[in-house]
Write a protein that binds this ligand. Sequence first.
Ligand code: ATR
Length: 275
Amino acid sequence: MSEKPDRYAVFGNPIGHSRSPDIHSQFAAQTGQSLIYTAELIELDQFAKAVTAFADNGGKGLNITVPFKQEAWQLATERSSRAERAGAVNTLVINNGLLGDNTDGVGLVRDLVDNHNININHQHILIVGAGGAVRGVIEPILELKPAELVIANRTVEKAFQLAKDFSDLGNISGCSLEALEGHSFDIVINGTSASLQNELPPLPDTLFNENACAYDLMYSASTTLFMEWAKQNGAVHVYDGLGMLVEQAAESFRLWRGVMPETRPVIQSIRESLV
Ligand code: ATR
């Protein structure tokens, strides 16, 4: 008799549009791993209970998405250093305890560097936004030693705080959106949730250096509002965050299964399935 496949899931609220089950099923098929991966809608006050129940029933690992990443950080019995600093956990490895990791930043960096051939080293980089999503990606960017990393945010205190929290890792500073006037960058990353309301953060139209790259952490079937704006204002390489989504999933898969899946065919397949 064959053994039961290992169980994995993504916990979030909402969860209906999650691509993770599709992504991990493709990784499993590609690498010959036997596993089941489901998307679970978790009530807002039931997160800790749901994780415990999943672990008690033999579950091997979880991805955690909005709004539970901070709670997962607290629940983890052990944390990787990148998760420790990010203050958020998107991957739990269940063994005797709960190992919390954060693969979002590695996912972004791999998408930029490996998939899009964008160089980070010595570049001038701007991240717009200073919420949870941005906190998760700062450390892996600074590891590649950009010339500078500027965090600009509508609520400027949050940008200052983030810059302070990571200041020992490289050249990072915080500023308001207004203070961006007159400055330009090689890579501009939109880490705000403005696109969810179909809004754009108010940015000067002179942000892009020659041959600059614009990257939206969000993704959608069509180009996002930020991507459109970036194209109109001089960005040459313009990407959404779908590659990051697949890359962060691949890193979770590697942590759980010890094997790194190929991401490109999966990115292509998920892209084709977006409507
Ligand atoms: P996430 O987990 O996605 O990062 P978050 O922690 O709520 O979500 O952070 C959302 C980020 O988007 C914040 O930086 C927020 O700016 P404030 O800190 O000033 O709230 C930013 N944001 C959201 N809507 C925005 C808008 N219309 N214009 C500019 N920034 C916006």
